[in-house]
Design a protein around this ligand. Structure first.
Ligand SMILES: N=c1c2ncn([C@@H]3O[C@H](COP(=O)(O)OP(=O)(O)OP(=O)(O)O)[C@@H](O)[C@H]3O)c2ncn1[C@@H]1O[C@H](COP(=O)(O)O)[C@@H](O)[C@H]1O
Length: 146
């Protein structure tokens, strides 16, 4: 295993071992071309690394230094921009919505990195919810409150 590696140990069970690549955003692990969602996972790894190494000249570092408030402000802005873009007509409008969704997802992942949460944990939470309608879940929650 060549190069410099960084181990992040959180909580009782989570251990991240990341190859350090703070000078570039080149993926530390080359992506097999089969999974189109791998860039998300690679981005999360980069952002988790930024949260630890805080390289100067990084927009992510700047956001992380601003904390929950600065990151939250960008999430609100980007959410607004996505909502507006979604109703724009045609291919250009659709492309714009994709672009704004990218901004919103990036800033959301920065918030996760800020809190020391990995995308895997969110995926596990979504997997736990899989197959349960939001309506059924809400009804069960209401019942539990009685
Ligand atoms: N995916 C992104 C990404 N998406 C959006 N952005 C930035 O998010 C900002 C979006 O804000 P706006 O659209 O409001 O643009 P703006 O007006 O310039 O922003 P502000 O100055 O108002 O904050 C822009 O500066 C974008 O460049 C991103 N910045 C970084 N990444 C990824 O994160 C990696 C690490 O980035 P650094 O930490 O900056 O090296 C990059 O290599 C990319 O892979």
């Amino acid at each position: 295993m060549g190069g410099t590696w960084l181990a992040i140990i959180r909580g009782p069970i989570t251990i991240w071992i990341l190859p350090l690549s703070s000078k570039t955003n080149k993926s530390p692990v080359p992506a097999p071309s089969s999974d189109p969602l791998l860039p998300l996972s690679r981005l999360m790894t980069t952002l988790a690394e930024r949260a630890v190494t805080r390289p100067p000249g990084s927009y992510t570092t700047k956001l992380l230094e601003g904390g929950t408030e600065a990151i939250g402000k960008k999430i609100r802005e980007e959410a607004e921009e996505l909502i507006e873009a979604v109703d724009e007509d045609g291919d250009e409008g659709r492309k714009h919505a994709v672009y704004e969704a990218g901004d919103l997802i990036y800033h959301t992942l920065v918030m996760l990195a800020h809190r020391g949460i990995h995308l895997d944990e969110v995926a596990a939470e979504l997997a736990r919810r899989e197959g349960t309608s939001g309506l059924a879940e809400k009804a069960a929650r209401k019942k539990g409150n009685n």
